[in-house]
Ligand binder design. Structure first.
Ligand code: CA
Length: 225
């Protein structure tokens, strides 16, 4: 498991690197958006700690570029309340944010929680596979053995969510990934599709509601216990 730290202030980065390495968490530190993308191309990290004010580009901007090339969990390092508002307001679908200044202990605990979660999803894809069977070739999804009758975009949304349990997808990210350059798309489209997907799931199992709304962030598939 590899953590990539994108932070231009050496004092903060040093604290983070020291805190993580003393807990045997392997990490790599870069100071610019350019170097971050370079590093991600070379070695896909599991978790990215991302500063927002970087010398060459904005962290929000970089967030989108990172999401296009890798599946890492992304945690913003924010220094101002206005930045937190932005993280929530933009509905980027970031996995978390940590406010500066932070205590090394709190930081390490949060990083550990994320790494454990990532590890758990890597080890137990079969758990969600038991519930949903996803046949990528025929582009069909079965729930408890029953084929779901999904439209093209419903399939796009649901397949993305179930393939990445616990990952939060914002409306914007879903629009980007599922609808792509579709010109006739409206903002509420994602909500409408989530609604019909939930209905179709409930038609098979009324108790089942695995697609969760993360207020201010987006949607996530939660593997039922
Ligand atoms: Ca900075």
């Amino acid at each position: 498991m590899q953590v990539l730290i994108v932070e231009d202030e050496p004092a903060i980065a040093d604290t983070v690197v020291y805190a993580l390495e003393s807990e045997n968490i392997s990490c790599k530190w870069v100071t610019t958006g350019h170097d971050a993308l370079d590093e991600i191309h070379k070695q896909k990290p599991e978790l990215v700690l991302l500063d927002i004010g970087l010398p060459d580009r904005n962290g929000f901007d970089l967030f989108h570029s990172i999401r296009q090339i890798c599946n890492a969990s992304i945690v913003f390092l924010t220094s101002r309340h206005s930045e937190i508002d932005q993280v929530l307001g933009l509905e980027l679908g970031a996995d978390d944010y940590i406010t500066k200044p932070f205590s090394p202990r709190v930081l390490t605990a949060r990083v550990r929680t994320h790494l454990r979660r990532i590890q758990a999803t890597m080890e137990t894809p079969s758990e969600s596979a038991l519930l949903f069977e996803h046949d990528t070739e025929s582009q069909r999804i079965r729930l408890r053995g029953i084929a779901l009758d999904l439209s093209r975009y419903e399939y796009g949304v649901l397949s993305l969510l179930i393939e990445h349990p616990e990952r939060i997808y914002s409306r914007d990210t879903l629009m980007d990934l599922v609808w792509q350059q579709s010109a006739d798309s409206f903002d509420r489209t994602v909500d409408t599709h989530i609604k019909t997907i939930r209905k179709k799931i409930k038609a098979i199992d009324a108790e089942l509601d695995p697609i969760k709304t993360r207020r201010g962030l987006g949607y996530a598939y939660e593997v039922p216990k």
